[in-house]
Design a protein around this ligand. Sequence first.
Ligand code: 5RP
Length: 231
Amino acid sequence: MSQDAVKQMKQAVAKAAADRVQSGMVVGLGTGSTTAFVIEFLGDRLRNGELSNIRGVPTSFQASVLAKQYGIPLVTLDDVTKIDVAIDGADEVDPAKNLIKGGGAAHTREKIVDSLADQFLVVVDSSKLVERLGSTFPVPVEVLPLALSPVSRALTALGGKPELRMGVKKDGPVITDQGNFVLDVTFAEIADAAALEKTINNIPGVLENGLFVNVADVVLVGELVEGQPRV
Ligand code: 5RP
């Protein structure tokens, strides 16, 4: 599938999600290229007067920069007692709406914000749909730098193949917004995603992993039908 086709699907699903936001809502703002379009469309709706008085809770530095750029007022989890809706992307979605997230190394904050929301709306293009989690994407695990070696060994003992995520220039590891590393862990098969999510988080030194089991409420899928984007 061409990059342009994927972009069209992402824009279509982002617009559908942004259109669901109503005035006065507190909105969790996800991270990634699809949610970047959501933030842009929310900014458009604020500017043209369709929407007013929304506040965003960003899931990353990237989301907060974009929100400021598009005029969305930001609040923190200390400022609000509820999040009406969180809109976030995913790297894989299975038929039970379980996810792998963290392609943008933001899954720790994403899991906090997305799981607090009254409604967690996932926005993906159709290439993200899988029958089984882990079939196309490894499980990202955020790790305290000092615990990199023991955590890597523990993940290997669980049957995974951990790989330290490197930056695009390959001259150093990716550093998360919290100042940590990310291990991308490939498993031959994930038989029980719920159990694996808990087991990984129980390893001392692990902050959070990218398995999101029973967190998503609604999944919106952008697809191309006869060359036309639709949701
Ligand atoms: C960031 C994420 C993203 O939501 C996920 O990687 C999908 O990104 P994109 O919309 O760019 O495909 O989990 O940590």
